[in-house]
Design a protein around this ligand. Structure first.
Ligand code: DPP
Ligand code: ZN
Length: 872
């Protein structure tokens, strides 16, 4: 397969202005009738052929302006329909047959739990009908859905329902019109036996919007949180960005088989059930948060993605980076900004930094791709959101809002580029964002080095910041990097006064680093300060600065920026763990740093910190993050070091941990409220450490919590600790959990995932057995991810076993899945991407698996692209 390059973008020769579709849904096949109003673009030469995309379609009829096309006027290729000289403006009619029931790729029109649904982003619409399947072709749609009434009582599509009726043979139909022009990737259709949880929202201009959440009948009691989240998101987007919803109805459908998290189709979102369904006994606090943010994310796309969409797929971050940024602002406003920010940064460092230093590294706006689905990445999404966040930091909240307003004013109804977005922000504020624009083409994680010099005589502190290219990418252009800094004096944060300023004010400054190296001089600094750098993680960079453990401990205790306090603690923990890993490798006796233990004890007793922040501060960096800090990832030593540190901390803090556990017992039934979430986070953190001691009394605490809790948050946490502990307590808890939940797919996914990420040494054998469990289904994306994704992408110690059995297992499943669902297989095979970061034996093992996969005849282009890049 040939790559497609961003620089080769050309406008389409033809455009499609109106689309009339009729779907005759059937058990064996579905017939799709399409009438497209096509117009030749004014600068297209007369006679240019019309080349439509199409995949897995059986063409039954093709006509222009009602006349059948003679066979010598068109060519049906494997992925196209080419029509010679079709004219300047005409109606093209096609009739095709498709087989949704055989569609296991879950792209296009497919079946899930007996219902019909669609997924068209990025290029699924071409699997439904012949079309110009590209986002810069925007059309108005009218859609008729016909199906058996008994099996498919509910028939949905985008826009407004304008007609329904009965047909012969027990069939019925519904017609839907979408008044807004849209790219075909936002098309959606659903037909099935579904129930509706409904509500409404009154917009700020006093229009009442009907809200409908459609689910399988058994799930009707799990929709309340999704509805509340939607209402909150709608209000927030009005208040924060002045964006009002534009149709009279907004529908969300939950389906069990879905490749992604959710899809923002105009007026008819289709969701992975995981991001809709929640009840206290089935969903954890984190699940509730995930639902709130994904519901909001898809809703926010209505303006950032749908009303203003992408010109081409290279611009994906235009809508995704921006919409992730918007959903993060929303989540921060709904809950704790510091907790939200810590979660974002942890995810970015663990996943995006790894991607950016591996074979799939790409800019947030990629230059080329073979399979677009492979570029729905943490780089495009999460680093993309960081890039938007930096612009907001530079412009301020009000300036950013001005820029957003101008963006919508200029581009509503258009398909545009990242440069258009940046121009709107710059023009609305009269600033220059040219140098900043390099973030869109930059690859890898830049390094910012910092050095401080205190001049006691002048009472001045000079901070020198220097930017260096990411490792192995010399010659990268200089970036425009906002670095938020503060200074801590002996008595706490200092009011800052840069030497060019007239008076001291505030305790944070955003320094703009645009040169290779710049110095910033702070005046009136009474004593040598400790610098707090990159507050709030103001740029997605790696910070390199020499700081003593004592400096870190001071930041950890006194930095007014909650994120930076956490970050200082994590850096200290990272040092401690990496030193311990060195001791493991050298065969030295292990001892946990006393200062570190003392710092942890202070956090546990710190009155200023809520339970969530305490839990985050006392969670040691994960093994993947630690591995990123090493030249060669010391898989076993890191694991041993971290396990040792957990147990040593638990021994040292046993009494305070027990006291915390007792003091945080529930006082009533489960409530999803901030204070309660904080309480559960802290309680489960304490329980985790206590169970790690391996003592019968502490294990019993987990067994009791598992048996008595009324909610999934507490029972899942207890189960996870029991699985790590092993023994009969584990087996009986797993059996009980399975007996209670085996008919509930989302809960059973947890059962698989918890076993896959376990630290217990027998994990690989158990995962092997689970892959043959009757409840395992490789073809269901959630289930495949819950076992294999969790194991391959999150369990560094077990996946990278030296004997290579972990590698072999995941490679086997990639090969088994690829012929059916290449998109999910490609996500899984990415587990091998970091292979060059390991020792010789592990490299050889992973390389052998990659070569075995590469040699597979008929490998999908999705998996081929990842594997070829990994081996290159
Ligand atoms: N549905 C995916 C998302 O919202 C792709 N658009 O991010
Ligand atoms: Zn999105």
């Amino acid at each position: 397969p040939q790559p497609i390059f961003r620089k080769d973008y050309r406008r389409p020769d033809y455009t499609i202005e109106r689309v009339d579709l009729r779907f005759e849904l059937g058990e064996n096949f579905t017939t799709v009738h399409a009438s497209l109003a096509v117009r030749r673009m004014h600068d297209t030469p007369a006679g240019a052929p019309l080349v439509l995309d199409g995949e897995n379609l059986v063409l039954k009829r093709v006509a222009i302006d009602g006349r059948e096309l003679p066979a010598d006027h068109y060519i049906v290729g494997p992925t196209s329909l080419t029509i010679a000289d079709p004219g300047a403006a005409f109606t093209l009619t096609t009739v095709v047959e498709i087989r949704p029931q055989d569609n296991l790729e879950l792209s296009g029109l497919y079946r899930s739990s007996g219902n019909f649904c669609t997924q068209c982003e990025a290029e699924g619409f071409r699997r439904i009908t012949y079309f110009l399947d590209r986002p810069d072709v925007m059309a108005r749609y009218s859609v008729v859905v016909e199906a058996d009434r008994a099996r498919y009582p509910v028939l949905l599509a985008n826009g407004n329902r304008v007609e329904t009726g009965e047909l012969d043979g027990g069939r019925h139909f519904a017609r839907w019109d979408d008044p807004f022009p849209k790219p075909c990737y936002l098309f959606a259709l659903v037909a099935g036996d579904l129930r509706c949880h409904d509500g409404e929202f009154v917009t700020r201009s006093d229009r009442t919007v009907r809200l409908e959440i459609w689910v399988e009948p058994d799930n009707i009691d799990r929709c309340a949180h999704a509805l509340r989240s939607l209402q909150a998101a709608m209000r927030w987007d009005e208040d924060t960005f002045g964006r009002e919803y534009d149709l009279d109805i907004y529908m969300i459908v939950a389906v069990s088989d879905f490749n992604m998290g959710a899809m923002e189709n105009k007026g008819l979102n289709i969701f992975n059930a995981k991001y809709v369904l929640a009840r206290p006994d089935t969903a954890t606090d984190d699940d509730y948060d995930g639902i709130e943010s994904v519901i909001a994310h898809e809703y926010f796309h209505n303006w950032t993605g749908n009303r203003v969409t992408c010109r081409d797929w290279f611009q994906l971050t235009l809508k995704e980076g921006l919409t992730v940024f918007r959903d993060r602002l929303f989540s921060a406003d709904m809950g704790s900004p510091a907790v939200a920010r810590i979660g974002d940064v942890l995810g970015l460092r663990t996943n995006q930094f790894a991607e950016d230093s591996g074979p799939m590294a790409h800019p947030i706006r990629p230059e080329s791709y073979i399979e677009m689905n492979n570029f729905y990445t943490t780089t495009v999404y999460e680093k993309g959101a960081e890039v938007i966040g930096m612009m907001r930091t530079l412009l301020g909240a009000a300036g950013f809002r001005r820029g957003m307003d101008l963006y919508f004013e200029r581009h509503d109804g258009q398909a545009v580029t990242c440069d258009d977005f940046r121009a709107a922000l710059a023009d609305a504020n009269g600033v220059d964002l040219e140098q900043f624009g390099r973030w869109y083409s930059q690859v890898g994680t830049p390094v910012v080095r910092a050095r401080g010099d205190y001049d006691a005589a002048a009472r001045a502190y000079t901070l020198t910041l220097e930017q260096a290219p990411p490792r192995g990418r010399d010659g990268a252009e200089l970036l425009h990097i906002p670095v938020a800094v503060g200074l801590l004096g002996p008595d706490g944060p200092l009011a800052l006064k840069l030497s060019e300023e007239t008076a001291a004010s505030g305790d944070t400054r955003v320094l703009e680093l645009r040169e290779r190296s710049q110095s910033f001089r702070f005046a009136d600094v009474p004593a040598a300060p400790v610098a707090s750098l990159l507050r709030g993680f103001s740029a997605p960079v790696e910070l390199a600065v020499e700081r003593s453990d004592a400096d870190l401990a001071r930041l950890m205790a006194a930095d007014p920026d909650e994120f930076s306090r956490w970050d200082a603690g994590q850096e200290l923990a990272r040092r401690v763990l990496l030193r311990l890993a060195g001791d493991v490798e050298a065969g030295r006796e292990l001892a946990l740093d006393r200062e570190f233990v003392a710092a942890c004890a202070r956090i546990l007793g710190d009155e200023r910190l809520d339970g969530s922040l305490k839990a985050l501060a006392l969670t040691l960096p994960n093994e993947r993050l630690l591995g990123q800090q090493q030249q060669v990832v010391a898989v076993d030593a890191l694991h041993a070091a971290r396990q040792f540190a957990v147990q040593a901390l638990a021994r040292a803090l046993r009494e305070p941990l027990l006291a915390v556990y007792r003091a945080t017992a529930p006082t009533g039934p489960y409530r999803i409220e901030r204070a309660e979430v904080d309480r559960r986070k802290l309680r489960n953190l304490a329980l985790g450490y206590l169970v790690a001691l391996g003592e019968p009394d502490q294990v019993r605490l987990a067994v009791e919590q598992f048996e008595l809790s009324d909610n999934m948050t507490d029972s899942e946490a207890a189960l996870a600790f029991l699985i790590d502990h092993g023994g009969p307590e584990r087996d009986s808890a797993l059996a009980r959990f399975h007996a209670r939940w085996h008919k509930d797919p989302l809960v059973l996914d947890k059962w698989f995932a918890l076993q896959a990420v376990s630290t217990h040494p027998d994990t690989l054998d158990r995962v092997l057995a689970l892959a043959d469990h009757p409840d395992f289904n490789l073809l269901n994306p959630n289930r495949a991810r819950s076992l294999l994704g969790a194991f391959g992408l999150r369990n560094q110690h077990q996946f990278h076993r030296e004997d290579g059995r972990g590698h072999a297992l995941v490679a086997d499943k990639v090969l088994a899945l690829d012929p059916h669902n290449p998109q999910v297989a490609a996500r899984l095979v990415a587990a091998f991407n970091p292979w060059r970061r390991f020792d010789a034996a592990r490299q050889q093992s992973m390389r052998a698996q990659l070569e075995r996969i590469a040699a597979q005849p008929g490998l999908s282009k999705s998996v081929r692209e990842i594997v070829d890049r990994a081996l290159a």
